[in-house]
Write a protein that binds this ligand. Structure first.
Ligand SMILES: Cc1cc2nc3c(=O)[nH]c(=O)nc-3n(C[C@H](O)[C@H](O)[C@H](O)COP(=O)(O)OP(=O)(O)OC[C@H]3O[C@@H](n4cnc5c(N)ncnc54)[C@H](O)[C@@H]3O)c2cc1C
Length: 315
């Protein structure tokens, strides 16, 4: 049986040999430096199989959950199919199931594809032609939803926005790559306060993380802050209010500027006193995410306890 497969190619690995040594001997130009599991230069990902726990030392819980490991200290005892860390795999095909408006300028896109493993809160790269690729986060849950769901803001001059608005219809084929990112529920203590803060379509990954946390039995208080410029910019309000009513530990806190509430200021004021004990997920506008990250850290939050995805424009 082949113990090691790299990019569809079997790689011989001798007993007692590390994955890094086997790759180099096979002529793979793998990056490395310390050779002792400290610098993480050689980081790779197991896309099939489980790397030995010793080969994941020093990695974050999210990285471990995604199968990342250090080839320089990895001596596998069971078969592994591995890939470079940034290799999200080849483009895959999906069928558009639904495009429906959530607000005046945000649409919900649901697509269907077979055998796609992901964690709620990770993001995909939607592909529309050779030079048009954009990132969108996943609001769906792999065990609860038979589709992948994204919330897409339609920017007036956006190229992907135009494609989604003018070209995509239900039944059409679409390509995407991924999943990517570590903004998902992992390594959080089930009794810890869990705070989710986002604005606009930043709600997409937070909605996924919230549902995943509940499914995984999170017992601590969960607060979801969702900000928008105007009241009409909020969405999923009925679903979130219903969820907060049904679950004693969930609180939904919408904040809109037209009603005088700035989501960052509101969340910071309430969360700063308990920041040192909480886990945070911050998503959406990059200025908002970076400001909150800095201010929560200054209030005592550990950087390890803050997961974030800043929605930086591609252009
Ligand atoms: C990890 C990650 C996850 C993301 N998830 C989502 C998501 O779930 N939903 C979502 O709607 N977006 C998300 N984004 C942002 C999205 O990928 C970008 O906004 C993208 O550039 C939009 O593509 P477009 O072709 O429509 O506009 P572009 O052609 O890229 O840009 C057109 C114009 O709009 C402006 N613009 C574009 N995006 C933004 C922005 N975010 N803020 C301010 N101005 C902007 C540009 O500066 C430009 O002037 C994510 C980004 C990242 C990095």
């Amino acid at each position: 049986m082949t113990l090691l497969t790299y990019k569809d190619r079997p790689v011989e690995i001798a007993p007692g040999e590390t994955v890094l040594d086997a790759l180099l001997r096979a002529g793979v130009e793998a990056s490395y430096s310390c050779r002792s599991g400290n610098c993480q230069t050689c980081l790779h990902r197991a896309v099939e199989g489980t790397p030995p726990a010793e080969s994941q030392k020093g990695l974050t819980d999210a990285q471990k959950a995604l199968g990342f490991f250090l080839p320089c200290i990895c001596e596998p005892t069971s078969p592994l199919v591995i890939a470079p860390p940034d290799d999200a795999g080849a483009a895959m095909e999906a069928t558009v199931r639904e495009i429906t408006p959530l607000t005046d300028d945000v649409v919900r896109l649901r697509i269907e594809t077979a055998n796609f493993a992901y964690r709620s809160g990770q993001f995909l790269e939607l592909i529309a032609g050779d030079d048009l690729r954009r990132h969108y986060s996943l609001a769906s849950h792999p065990e609860e939803d038979p589709f992948l769901e994204m919330h897409i803001r339609l920017h007036p001059n956006g190229r992907m926005s135009r494609y989604v608005r003018e070209t995509l219809v239900a039944g059409q084929k679409l390509h995407f790559a991924g999943p990517r990112g570590t903004c998902f529920y992992e390594g959080v203590d089930a009794d810890q306060p869990l705070t989710l803060i986002g604005a606009g379509t930043g709600l997409a990954p937070l909605y996924g993380v919230l549902r995943d946390a509940l499914r995984q039995g999170h017992r601590g208080p969960i607060r979801l802050y969702h900000g928008a410029r105007e009241r009409k910019g909020l969405y999923l309000t009925d679903e979130l209010q219903a969820l907060a009513k049904a679950r004693a530990n969930v609180e939904y806190i919408p904040a809109t500027l037209d009603l005088g509430a700035n989501v960052a200021a509101l969340a910071l004021e309430a969360e700063a006193p308990r920041a040192a004990h909480s886990a945070f997920f911050l998503c959406g506008d990059d200025a908002l995410v970076n400001r909150l990250k800095r201010d929560l850290f200054m209030s005592g939050a550990s950087l390890k306890a803050i997961r974030s995805d800043a929605f930086t424009p591609a252009a």
